[in-house]
Design a protein around this ligand. Structure first.
Ligand SMILES: [Zn+2]
Length: 279
């Protein structure tokens, strides 16, 4: 499931294809994904120009010259492909943008959204509604934003008795983190996934906040590298092999102390940790 770094990588890959370019046509293959798609979506996108792309949590926000925002939610299984020639669409390709050439060039570009499980979504709404949007309104602080700090993390987790691992997955407390980077951040900070969120204060909050930023930035860097080094034949972007210390490594030696990595289930999700290094 795409988390903040994968979504950021998708955003970066889409930038040259969308920014300052005009939509020649949009294809909308069905009336709903996770929720109904906006009415007249294709018609409303035609001839619009993308002015800039941003990201909030796990969502890509594509801003249009109509003062509207096209929101991309990749859900569980969504992926994006970029083509230079019009592709044949498969049954799970639900949406496509045909983009006019960049100024001074001839080549059109095609952006395709594939989503076999259809937990993803696309929305189009007025820029002025961003703060009220149902997926954006309740989001916690952006971990790579300027305002993120140990104090903000401590405040978000204050008095919470849920395990810190579960608190990290709660998008209302901190945005963009999923199971992979929650596990990795906890390992890097030396904090047990079972520790109560409310006990993450002081130096511990400093360690966790730093570990979150370090982990996410390293993954984004890997994503950028994979974009540069592996232009895949199918044009697919956004997924790459992460350098993982504990996630999925149950029974393997801890990279720090060589004890075996343990796994437990917390709220239905697997946690991986080293019981010697993480307290
Ligand atoms: Zn260890």
């Amino acid at each position: 499931m795409p988390e903040l770094p994968e979504v950021e990588t998708v955003k970066q890959a889409l930038l040259p294809v969308l920014e300052n370019r005009r939509v020649l046509s949009a294809f909308v293959g069905r009336s709903n994904l996770r929720w109904p798609l906006p009415e007249n979506l294709a018609k409303r996108l035609k001839n619009r120009v993308f002015t800039r792309l941003t990201r909030r949590g796990k969502y890509v926000l594509m801003h249009l010259d109509s003062d509207e925002v096209l929101l991309l939610h990749l859900g569980m299984s969504g992926s994006v492909r970029i083509h230079q020639k019009k592709p044949d669409l498969g049954r799970h390709d639900h949406f496509m943008l045909e983009m006019a050439p960049q100024l001074g060039t001839f080549g059109r570009s095609y952006v395709v959204l594939n989503d076999p499980r259809r937990f993803g979504w696309i929305d189009l709404f007025a820029e002025s509604e961003i703060l009220k949007h149902k997926l954006l309104a309740g989001l916690g602080p952006e971990p790579l934003g300027n305002k993120f700090s140990a104090a903000r993390l401590e405040f978000a987790f204050k008095d919470r008795s849920v395990p810190v691992k579960n608190a990290l997955l709660n998008q209302a407390l901190i945005a963009g983190i999923g199971n992979i980077y929650a596990n990795e951040s906890l390992f890097l900070s030396g904090i047990s996934p079972r520790r109560k969120a409310g006990t993450i204060t002081g130096v511990r909050a400093e360690r966790l906040a730093t570990a979150i930023v370090t982990t996410l930035n390293a993954a984004i860097e890997d994503g950028g590298t994979s974009l540069r080094d592996h232009v895949q034949p199918g044009g697919e972007i956004g997924y790459f092999v992460q350098r993982l210390a504990v996630y999925g490594q149950a029974g393997k030696p801890c990279p720090r102390c060589s004890s075996l990595i343990k796994t437990i289930i917390q709220s239905g999700r697997s946690s991986f940790y080293c019981s010697r290094c993480q307290r």
